[in-house]
Design a protein around this ligand. Structure first.
Ligand SMILES: NC(=O)c1ccc[n+]([C@@H]2O[C@H](COP(=O)([O-])OP(=O)(O)OC[C@H]3O[C@@H](n4cnc5c(N)ncnc54)[C@H](OP(=O)(O)O)[C@@H]3O)[C@@H](O)[C@H]2O)c1
Length: 404
C-alpha cells in the first residue's frame, strides 16, 4: 500500500469519503458501544476526557528520523506531549495498530519523495475517542470507537480528522484487518479481476493480511483457488478458508505444480511477491489471463525497493495469450472504499468472512504489546511468520471511571 497521491493529501482516506457522520458511517452495521455524553462544557475549544481516561501529559510515538527500508534503522521511539485535537479533530487512544508490508516502503521515503524526516509512521489504527474539537463534537463524543486509515498511527494517541475516521461497533482488531488488507483484496478483485465462476485464481502470500481476503473473495466468486505460503500451518489455514490447492513453496515446487496440475494456465493472479514469482506467474497465465500487481514484497528490503524482473519478452507473452497485467493501488480506488467496507462488515457480522489476526502470540518474544513491539512485528512479517494480519496491541483496554 503506497500512494503518492494519498500521502500528498495528508495520508488520509476519509477526506475523500466523507465518513464520520454519527450512525451513518461505513461500519455502522453492528450495534454501537455505549456512549458517555459530555456534560462538562468547561472547555470552550475542545473536550478532553482527562477525568475519565486519565490522559497522560506525554506519550510515545514512532518517528521516521532517517530514510531507510530497514525499519529499525529508520524509526525511533520518541516521547512527546499528547497532542490536542483541533476544532474538527478527534484525539484517538490507539488500542490496536495494523502492520503493513509497506511500512518499510514508507520509512524508506518511497511514498512521497518530498516528505523529509522526521515524520510519523504507521498507516492504520483503531481505538477510542478521548478528546475532540468543538465542531467534531457534533458527530462524535468521548468513548466512541473509531478506526482510521491514515498516517501517524504508530503512537499511543493520534489526532484524526473527524470526517476521516470510521465509526466501528467495537474496538476489535478484526475490524482493523478490513481497512487496508480487506479493502485491497475486495476492490482489486472486483474492479480488476473480472472473475467468472469456474476460473482458476492464484494468490501469492495467500495466508497474510491481504492474501487471506483474496482467497475468500475468489472462492465466493465460485473460482478454483490456489494459494502460496511458506509453512504447513499456513497451508492448513488456507484450506480452512476454502482454498482448493494450498502450496507450501518451501516443500513443494511451485513451477512444477502449476505446469503439471494446471496445464491450461491460470486465469487470474493476485500477485504480491514480485521478482521470480511474478515471472513464473506471467508464464503461467492462461489465454486472456489477468495478473494483478498487488505488490512486490521480495524487493522491499533492498535499496531500490524493486526486485529484478526479466521482462524483455513480456509484450510477446501477453500478445500471444491476449493476457494483461494490471496494477492496483488502494488509494486510487477510494470511490469504491465505502461500499467495500460496508459489504465486508456485513459479511463479518453474518459470520461469512474470516478476519484472521496475528498478534504474535507465538512469536519469539511473545504477544505484540506496547508501541515498542511494532519493531518486532515488522521483523516477524518479514521473516514470513505471520498467519493473517499482523496487529500490535498498543494500549490496554480502558477501565472507565469517567465523570463526564
Ligand atoms: N497495492 C495496494 O494497494 C496494497 C495494499 C495492501 C498490501 N499490498 C501488498 O500486499 C502484499 C502483502 O502485504 P501485507 O501487508 O498484507 O503483508 P502480509 O501478507 O500480511 O505479510 C507478508 C507476507 O509475505 C511473505 N513474505 C514476507 N517477506 C517476504 C520476502 N522477502 N519475499 C517473499 N515473500 C515474503 C510472507 O508470506 P509467506 O512466508 O507465506 O510467503 C509474509 O507473511 C505486499 O506486497 C503489499 O505491498 C498492496
Amino acid at each position: 500500500m503506497s500512494s503518492l497521491a494519498w500521502a500528498r493529501s495528508g495520508g488520509r482516506a476519509g477526506s475523500v469519503l466523507g465518513w464520520g457522520r454519527r450512525g451513518t458511517g461505513a461500519l455502522s452495521g453492528v450495534h454501537p458501544s455505549a456512549r458517555r455524553f459530555i456534560i462538562d462544557l468547561s472547555y470552550s475549544a475542545h473536550f478532553m476526557d482527562f477525568k475519565g481516561s486519565s490522559i497522560p501529559s506525554s506519550m510515545k510515538k514512532l518517528v521516521v528520523t532517517k530514510l531507510s527500508p530497514n525499519f529499525r534503522d529508520a524509526v525511533r521511539t520518541q516521547t512527546v506531549a499528547v497532542p490536542t485535537p483541533g476544532d474538527s479533530d478527534l484525539l484517538v487512544r490507539n488500542r490496536f495498530v495494523g502492520i503493513n508490508a509497506s511500512d518499510i516502503n514508507y520509512s524508506a521515503g518511497r511514498y512521497d519523495p518530498s516528505l523529509k524526516p522526521p515524520f510519523d509512521a504507521g498507516f492504520e489504527g483503531i481505538g477510542e475517542v478521548v478528546g475532540l474539537g468543538l465542531s467534531a463534537s457534533s458527530r462524535y463524543t468521548i468513548g466512541d470507537t473509531v478506526a482510521y486509515f491514515g498516517s501517524g498511527a504508530f503512537a499511543e494517541y493520534t489526532v484524526v480528522p473527524a470526517k476521516e475516521s470510521v465509526p466501528v461497533p467495537a474496538v476489535k482488531p478484526e475490524f482493523l484487518t478490513l481497512l487496508v488488507s480487506g479493502a485491497t483484496a475486495y476492490i482489486a478483485l472486483k474492479r480488476l479481476g473480472d472473475l467468472t465462476k469456474g476460473e482458476t485464481v492464484l494468490i501469492t502470500a495467500a495466508a497474510g493480511g491481504t492474501g487471506q481476503f483474496a482467497v475468500q473473495f475468489a472462492k465466493k466468486a465460485g473460482c478454483h483457488v490456489i494459494g502460496t505460503c511458506s509453512s504447513n500451518e499456513k497451508a492448513g489455514f488456507l484450506k480452512s478458508l476454502g482454498c482448493d490447492r494450498a502450496i507450501n513453496y518451501t516443500t513443494e515446487d511451485l513451477a512444477k505444480i502449476l505446469r503439471k496440475e494446471y496445464p491450461h494456465g491460470i486465469d487470474v493472479v493476485y500477485e504480491s511477491v514480485g521478482g521470480s514469482v511474478l515471472e513464473l506467474a506471467v508464464n503461467s497465465l492462461a489465454k486472456k489471463g489477468r495478473l494483478i500487481v498487488i505488490g512486490f514484497i521480495s524487493g522491499y528490503q533492498t535499496a531500490s525497493g524493486v526486485p529484478s524482473f526479466r521482462g524483455g519478452t513480456l509484450p510477446v507473452k501477453l500478445l500471444q495469450k491476449s493476457a494483461s497485467i494490471r496494477g492496483f493501488f488502494l488509494p486510487h480506488f477510494l470511490s469504491d472504499y465505502r461500499e467495500a467496507l460496508d459489504s465486508m462488515m456485513q459479511m463479518y457480522a453474518k459470520g461469512e468472512l474470516v478476519c484472521e489476526v496475528d498478534c504474535g502470540d507465538l512469536a519469539q518474544g511473545g504477544k505484540f504489546m506496547g508501541l515498542e513491539s511494532v519493531f518486532q512485528a515488522v521483523d516477524y512479517m518479514y521473516a514470513g511468520k505471520n498467519l493473517g494480519k499482523v496487529v500490535v496491541e498498543v494500549t490496554p483496554p480502558t477501565v472507565s471511571n469517567s465523570k463526564l
